[in-house]
Design a protein around this ligand. Structure first.
Ligand SMILES: [Zn+2]
Length: 422
């Protein structure tokens, strides 16, 4: 009897402990440390307009323009004989520090100037990239660039000519580039392009379905989302490399496509990208905080396209990947204690990736699935494991592509192994 009481007591303590832990992890989420206050309130917001302008100073000798897709430049001044200043304002004052900029600058006669970048509601973050044609980019030479961390500004030394020089926070990866990439992929018989909805500004939310499965075969599904945050270009380059590998003409990729379907939404925030936003969509909302309330058309379009998979007797969701960028290569998996299907898949995938590239910096930071972000919605809706895949802003582009393509090959192999266990 006493033993039974002891067991009962132990059980009671255990249950209390579990419910306490349960409470602590289901505490209402109000934003990550780097988010502005109120980020999970995702109804439409007022945004600051960006006026399209071509501005000339110094008696019409030096010019700047923001008249292109993805541009962000708010104003332009001459400070003295050789110093000029561009000011950059965000789409909303309450915003994460991801100050995107992109503009063209030129001179009526060859000239070398210092150009200061100053930001409202943010501090300098992205190393400038330069281009003569808007397609081929080089990071600025370190000898022509300095930052002032006390003031959050940066100064570039630029050699100007009559032909416009493009200056941008990262390579421009906007609508036209997505369109030509997706169009060329869709030439392949096993890739089906689709539009699943429209943004506030009526831009399509594009989808690719990649599959070579026989009809009526039961299948695994991998979900891919990308570019919820406009400045996250390395995430976009990673998405491109990853999907290209899944679509490639290798035995592994063909085998994968016979057993798995890929549902990919690589360009989830077209308005934000086209408008040169720092973070939000056209109504000033962080789309990666809207996966509980679904107040925005972009998140609703993707959700509504995916929801029928819940009742699809032939298709089982195995995994979700949401591509982003930050200041390091880091994976945010769901923490190990949470049971997912396949359980802790992210950890085995990343362990294999780290073994392949022991010298490549890869961090892992697990989180409880309590925030209204894409991967958590995938877990809560389908029970599937999912990850936020963050690629460093400063990742060397070639090695980043090599690692990302390898990560796609590992995931294909490991998902095929998981499927054989079923
Ligand atoms: Zn992001």
């Amino acid at each position: 009897m006493r033993i039974t009481n002891k067991i009962l007591h132990a059980l009671t303590v255990f249950c209390l402990l579990i419910s306490f832990l349960g409470c602590s992890t289901s505490e209402e989420f109000s934003g990550y440390s780097y988010d502005p206050e109120g980020v999970t309130e995702t109804s439409d917001k007022e945004t600051n307009p960006q006026y399209t302008r071509i501005i000339g100073v110094d008696d019409g000798n030096i010019w700047v323009s923001n008249d292109f897709s993805g541009a962000r430049m708010s104003d332009f001044y001459q400070v003295n004989d050789s110093l000029y200043r561009v000011t950059i304002k965000p789409e909303r004052n309450e915003i994460n520090n991801s100050p995107w900029y992109a503009f063209q600058i030129w001179s009526t006669r060859p000239d070398t100037i210092d150009l200061q970048l100053t930001y409202e509601h943010g501090e300098h973050r992205y190393l400038p990239k330069l281009s003569k044609n808007g397609n081929d980019w080089q990071p600025i030479d370190s000898t022509s660039f300095s930052t002032d961390s006390a003031n959050g500004t940066a100064t570039l030394t630029l050699n100007l000519k009559e032909e416009p020089l493009w200056v941008s926070a990262q390579e421009l990866f906007t609508w036209n580039k997505y369109k030509s990439w997706l169009d060329s992929l869709s030439q392949q018989s096993f890739i089906t392009p689709d539009t699943v909805g429209f943004s506030h500004k009526k831009r399509p939310i594009m989808k690719l379905t990649i599959s070579e499965a026989e009809p009526h075969k039961s299948l695994g599904v991998m979900i891919i989302t990308g570019r919820l945050h406009p400045p996250e270009v390395t995430g976009a380059l990673g998405t491109e490399a990853f999907i290209n590998e899944l679509s490639s003409d290798t035995d592994l990729a063909r085998d994968f496509r016979k057993n798995f379907e890929i549902w990919a939404y690589p360009f989830a925030n077209p308005d934000g990208v086209q408008q040169g936003h720092w973070r939000y969509n056209a109504r000033g909302v962080d789309l990666n905080r809207d996966w509980e309330n679904f107040n925005q058309p972009e998140t609703r379009a993707i959700r509504d396209d995916l929801l029928p998979l819940k009742d699809d007797s032939l298709r089982q969701i195995y995994y979700g990947i949401d591509f982003h960028s930050t200041d390091e290569n880091i994976f945010y998996p769901i923490n190990r204690e949470v049971e997912t299907f396949p359980d802790n898949f992210t950890y085995q995938w990343i362990d294999s990736l780290k073994q392949e590239f022991p010298d490549y910096p890869i961090e892992v930071e697990p989180f409880p699935p309590n925030s209204p972000i894409t991967k958590n919605w995938i877990y809560h809706t389908f029970g599937a494991d999912a990850v936020t895949y963050e690629i460093s802003d400063n990742a060397p582009r070639d090695s980043m592509r090599t690692v990302t393509r390898k990560s796609a090959r590992i995931i294909m192999q490991q998902l095929l192994n998981e499927e054989k266990k079923q």
